[in-house]
Design a protein around this ligand. Structure first.
Ligand code: NAD
Length: 376
């Protein structure tokens, strides 16, 4: 964890806690960021602001223009989670970006490449529905297209029909270029891992799924013959990955299907609270740094446990690791954070979602201790 030989620079981070447990887990992530920065001789500058319902209550908008500009100027943005029953029912006029601050941030920063790793932790198999022999060693990366598809397709809306019924609708659409760029992200990620890519779609029934499969296949044949590519229908993928998670390495999916399968992988990790993510405006190519990424745990704002000090901070802490890997170009620091989390899990310092009694603060302190100890 030594200081990089490059010229010392300041790594600028925007931190947006969001709602409910969001600020609690972001505080934990920032503690670990400051700690590892101290240990490694990195200058970090942190600016904190509001997003989601917290922003709406103060500014009347879920993401202000000022926050957007700060995110554009930052090297990386750390987000907790947004939303809650207070705001989820609000329907503002205009596109979905008006009603969801995180979505606005993602769209405006064009962070289309969402990387969502999930792994088994060998000391907590009893927290998963799997037998150890099924998941020991399971290590997956979901690559989710994050700026197109059914969540953003226009037109969308609701209308009253002549017969008195309501009709609600949205469009699932993808252009070739959108599929090509996310496919390249997945192939590049597979190159840095075990060289296997499974692409998920519903090409049997959806036109966008047919274009998805043809495009991924073409990019694979043209530019990535070294990667073992398979295609799975999304419904079967949920079954196949659940039955034999160790058979899979990188899973590529569109916005909706990626959303679904990445939550499912939380069962492999033992809790939704264990899952980190990086959402990036480019493919991750070894040795290259990426500015302008958003790093966040996969889970939501968990209103049911907010304010109790028991939120699992690991997803956010591992997201800080991904931030250092991709935003700062220091994969060694991401490895150090993951190793520290492994020590803490092995020592049984676990929040209640994993069957433990530790608080958010205790898990965070234990991770920082493990980082300090790995220095000696
Ligand atoms: P959720 O992920 O917030 O919670 C699901 C369950 O997992 C809850 O029982 C919760 O207590 C638990 N959980 C989640 N994160 C945890 C953690 N770190 N530690 C311990 N337990 C944890 O999903 P939900 O209940 O469906 O949604 C709640 C709110 O979050 C909604 O408003 C939803 O729109 C929003 N949401 C936001 C994001 C995001 O900001 N990226 C993602 C999903 C949901």
């Amino acid at each position: 964890m030594t200081e990089s030989s490059q010229t010392r620079e300041t790594f600028r981070v925007l931190a947006l806690g969001g709602d409910h447990i969001g600020p609690e887990v972001v505080a934990a992530g920032l503690d670990v960021l400051r700690h590892i920065a101290n240990l490694s001789g990195i200058d970090v500058e942190i600016d904190e602001d509001l997003l989601g319902g917290a922003s709406f209550d103060v500014h009347g908008t879920f993401c202000t223009d000022a926050v957007l500009e700060k995110a554009r100027a930052a090297d990386a943005t750390l987000v907790g989670a947004v939303g809650g029953p207070e705001w989820d029912g609000l329907r503002l006029d205009g596109p979905v970006t008006q009603s969801d601050g995180l979505t606005r941030l993602r769209v405006e920063l064009d962070v289309y490449n969402a990387l969502r790793p999930a792994r088994a932790w060998s000391k907590i198999p009893d927290r998963t529905p799997f037998r150890p022999e099924i998941i020991d060693g399971a290590d997956l990366l979901v690559v989710r297209e994050n700026s197109g598809g059914i969540y953003y397709g226009e037109p969308r809306g609701r209308e009253l029909l002549a017969d008195g019924q309501e009709r609600a609708f949205e469009i699932s659409e993808y252009r070739t270029g959108e599929i090509e760029r996310i496919a390249r992200c997945a192939f590049e990620a597979a190159r840095t891992r075990r060289g296997k890519l499974a692409s998920l779609d519903k090409s049997n029934v959806m036109e966008s799924g047919k274009l998805w499969r043809e495009t991924v296949e073409r990019i694979g044949q043209q530019d990535y013959p070294d990667i073992e590519l398979t295609h799975l229908l999304m419904d079967h993928a949920l079954y196949a990955v659940t039955m034999a998670p160790r058979n899979y390495d990188v899973l590529l999916a569109d916005n909706l299907f990626g959303d679904l399968i990445s939550d499912m992988t939380g069962a492999i990790a033992g809790s939704l609270g264990m899952l980190p993510s990086a959402t990036l405006p480019a493919a991750t190519i070894k040795g290259q740094r990426i500015r302008g990424g958003i790093y966040e745990p996969t889970h939501g704002s968990a209103p049911d446990i907010a304010g109790k000090g028991i939120a699992n901070p690991v997803g956010t802490i591992l997201s800080v690791g991904m931030m250092l890997q991709y935003g700062l170009g220091r994969p060694d620091l991401a490895d150090a954070i993951e190793a520290a989390v492994e020590t803490v899990v092995d020592d049984g310092v676990l929040t209640p979602d994993l069957g433990g009694i530790a608080t958010t603060a205790e898990v965070t302190a234990a991770v920082m201790d493990a980082l300090s100890n790995s220095e000696t």
